[in-house]
Design a protein around this ligand. Structure first.
Ligand code: ARG
Length: 275
């Protein structure tokens, strides 16, 4: 067991303020149209999350939120950026489909090389870079064909993982990349969210992974953002925070409860820009 986290590296993130936040459709089991949402609270929580990243010494860029796209706050779904190449998102549900081109335009306008995806994928919600590998979720949103498309595009091994519990419909709701250091890649995950074969693959690749409890997962604790040392995490994921401390990481609790009504937490709001 590693007693020391590999150490913080400065990150660049893209985020989208939830100015138009609401739950007006239901595409995952967390969403309930009949429940009241508070856009001011969502914005306050989001700003606290952004300020936390800034205080940790990271850079945050923002994309303008578009009216009629309440889920645009979940910037992680907007694209996947590996080695300076932008693989666009192609959303499964019509309600979110305009977000793909909106995020791609943000990148293209700033001179990034973008690749228009042919296959259905929901960005970093399902496509997580860990060391030299990319872990790729499927089962609810992103297609296996997209995993192959991304592998051809960026030339890194893409490992397909089958998600089986609809509450954990994106890979980033069931697995956190703690360290992307190629020499010491590390993850945390909730095994019951994965098929038996995928669990075996994770156990083989990450024998010392942090294993989260059902309560950690239900608080969307795994939807956390790590810089290799500090882990921004839902305050309710108390067991997970303890397990992180044991490994030498520093849990940084940030409450994103209002955004949980849409089925997302800290990681969902955060897209990493890898130049
Ligand atoms: N309401 C959004 C959806 O169901 C939530 C997305 C959360 N994002 C994430 N990266 N897990 O698509």
């Amino acid at each position: 067991m590693t007693a020391h986290a590999p150490g913080r590296t400065a990150r660049q993130y893209l985020m989208c303020e939830p100015s138009h936040y609401t739950v007006s459709y239901e595409i995952n089991p967390w969403m309930d149209r009949t429940r009241h949402t508070d856009v001011d609270l969502a914005v306050r929580q989001w700003r606290t999350l952004r300020d936390t990243f800034l205080d940790l010494g990271h850079t945050v860029e923002t994309i303008d939120p578009l009216p009629g796209l309440p889920d645009m706050v979940y910037a992680a779904n907007g694209a996947t950026v590996v080695d300076g190449v932008v693989y666009s998102a192609k959303f499964r549900y019509p309600e979110r489909q305009p977000e793909g081109p909106a995020y791609q335009k943000w990148f293209a306008d700033r001179g990034w090389v973008t690749h228009t995806a042919e296959q259905t994928n929901e960005g970093e919600g399902d496509l997580l870079v860990v060391g030299d590998l990319i872990l790729a979720g499927t089962g609810f949103r992103t297609s296996r064909a997209a995993h192959a498309e991304l592998q051809e595009l960026v030339g890194r091994p893409v490992i397909s993982l089958e998600l089986v519990d609809p509450h954990y419909y994106h890979l980033d709701t069931a697995l956190t990349v703690l360290s992307s250091d190629a020499a010491a890649p590390q993850v945390a995950y909730y095994p019951p969210a994965f098929s038996p074969g995928s669990r075996a693959v994770l156990a083989q690749l990450f024998p010392e992974a942090v294993v989260a409890t059902a309560d950690d997962a239900a608080a969307l604790g795994l939807n956390a953002v790590s810089d290799g040392e500090n882990v921004v995490v839902a305050p309710a994921a108390t067991h997970f925070a303890g397990a992180l401390r044991e490994r030498g990481y520093t849990p940084v609790p940030v409450d994103t409860s209002e955004l949980l009504k849409g089925g997302g937490g800290a990681k969902c709001c955060t897209l990493e820009l890898r130049r």
